[in-house]
Design a binder for this molecule. Structure first.
Ligand SMILES: Cc1cc2nc3c(=O)[nH]c(=O)nc-3n(C[C@H](O)[C@H](O)[C@H](O)COP(=O)(O)OP(=O)(O)OC[C@H]3O[C@@H](n4cnc5c(N)ncnc54)[C@H](O)[C@@H]3O)c2cc1C
Length: 412
């Protein structure tokens, strides 16, 4: 099957399973299937989202379909088992530690999305030999409108990958994700897929897994639309493009010719990028990285939409240890002088993240609305979603009706 994504032409079990996820619009674009079949390419679809395409005859690895059905976030996201001693949190997940954190290196702190905590950890992991490399994502140096998977082996590479990329990139579409000695930094859905399948795909210890809170992946078209609004037309060459960082939250900034254009966080994420997040992200059960060892997030004072209540500041990340390995790594990095930590409570972080908390609170209603309208969402075993929705039944009913209408409209 060449370039086909429909069940009709599928020849292998993996192809059929991938086609089913695509037909239900449940694909998050993580790239897990590219680890399971050499002929899978991750490409942008007509809506501007990363999607798997079989570019030639399917060449699945042994057990590919079973591994896919266990790990694909469009099929299932299983609630992780909390480690012994973990403190539960109904909306943001269990943790062994939560702190405010920032890179002690001022350049890293300034360049990072929030406090540069992830970039500081990446630099330290590779420089100290704790990881051979960190598989992450960064600007495509040859085509800066786009975002690509990268492997970080030096401080310079970590710095050039610093900052959130609010655009599609399949972080698992990178051979280094499975290479011995790698650590991996990726979106929560990608980490969930990797956690579920690491034992099948990797010999020995799974990689250290780092992640961040994720409001969802916007369409690539939104980046192009924002550039056009700023006067950089569809065919104009772009020499550099950042979504955030260099301040907190920092501005969307692009260079075209000798011109630099920029937009603030509200204009860029709030008005143009955020509204285009793909459907799978709107029904995401784990946008807070429960399957990771370490998770970073913005730790800011926010308004009711989750936007910072200030214009610019020195960035502060929230760091969450989900596992003992994550907790040890964070504390060793602090002892090595790489990051600074300050006390933070999960309830305080929850108050700064209304998008995350409300999404999970009403997810059961959204899933039901989607199913009633004929679109089958992924399965989420182990998450107590019904109990959460039940705390605000009228709002849950509104969410259910709204989702039902939206899915019906889209189907027409
Ligand atoms: C699509 C998206 C949505 C987000 N939504 C939220 C949210 O709702 N709430 C919140 O608190 N934080 C959110 N973040 C994360 C937040 O913007 C910061 O990344 C987080 O605070 C970590 O900051 P840092 O300074 O520690 O990271 P940095 O030091 O800047 O490092 C960021 C790392 O993330 C990796 N990365 C960047 N973009 C991507 C991507 N698209 N896919 C895979 N890897 C990537 C890079 O490899 C880089 O190493 C989102 C990020 C993204 C990319």
């Amino acid at each position: 099957m060449t370039g086909s994504t429909t069940t009709g032409g599928a020849t292998t079990g993996l192809e059929r399973a991938v086609a089913d996820v695509l037909e239900r619009d449940a694909c998050s674009g993580c790239g897990l299937c590219s680890r399971l079949d050499r002929s899978v390419r991750m490409e942008l679809d007509a809506q501007g989202y990363a999607r798997p395409v079989f570019s030639g005859p399917s060449e699945p690895i042994p057990d590919a379909e079973a591994i896919f059905r266990r790990g694909c976030p469009g099929v299932v996201v299983k609630a992780p088992t909390a480690p012994r001693g973990a403190t539960p949190h109904a909306l943001l997940g269990a943790h062994l530690g939560v702190w405010n954190a920032w890179a002690t290196d001022p350049e890293i702190r300034h360049t990072g999305s929030s406090g540069g905590a992830l970039t500081a950890l990446h630099t330290w992991l590779v420089e100290s030999g704790r990881a051979a490399r960190v598989a992450g994502a960064a600007v495509d140096a040859g085509a800066p409108r786009r975002t690509v998977p990268v492997s970080i082996m030096t401080r310079e590479q970590a710095l050039s990958a610093a900052g959130s990329r609010y655009a599609p990139v399949a972080a698992l579409d990178n051979d280094d994700v499975l290479a011995p000695g790698s650590a991996v930094c990726a979106k929560p859905c990608e980490i969930s897929a990797l956690r579920q399948t690491a034992a099948d795909l990797i010999e020995g210890e799974p990689p250290l897994m780092l992640s961040f809170f994720c409001a969802g992946t916007p369409s690539q078209h939104a980046t192009d639309a924002l550039l056009s609004e700023l006067g950089v037309g569809r065919h104009a060459e772009v020499r550099a493009l950042r979504y955030r960082g260099r301040g907190w939250p920092g501005r969307f900034t692009a260079t075209s010719g000798d011109r630099e254009v920029s937009a603030d966080y509200d204009e860029s994420w709030g008005r143009t990028l955020g509204p285009t997040t793909q459907w799978r992200c709107k029904v995401c059960v784990d946008a807070v990285g429960e399957a990771a060892d370490i998770v970073s997030a913005d730790s800011w004072e926010s308004d009711e939409h989750g936007y910072p209540t200030f214009v610019d500041g020195a960035g502060v990340s929230a760091l969450i240890a989900r596992t003992e390995r994550g907790r040890r790594t964070i504390l060793e990095a602090e002892a090595a002088g790489v990051i600074e930590l300050a006390p933070l409570s999960m309830d305080r972080l929850a108050a700064a993240q209304p998008l995350q908390t409300e999404r999970r609170r009403f997810l059961r209603a959204r899933l039901l609305g989607s199913m009633l309208a004929g679109r089958r969402p992924p399965r989420y075993p182990g998450y107590a979603l019904l109990r959460l929705s039940a705390t605000a039944p009228r709002m849950a009913a509104r969410v259910l009706r709204g989702t039902f209408r939206r899915v019906r409209r889209a189907a027409r």
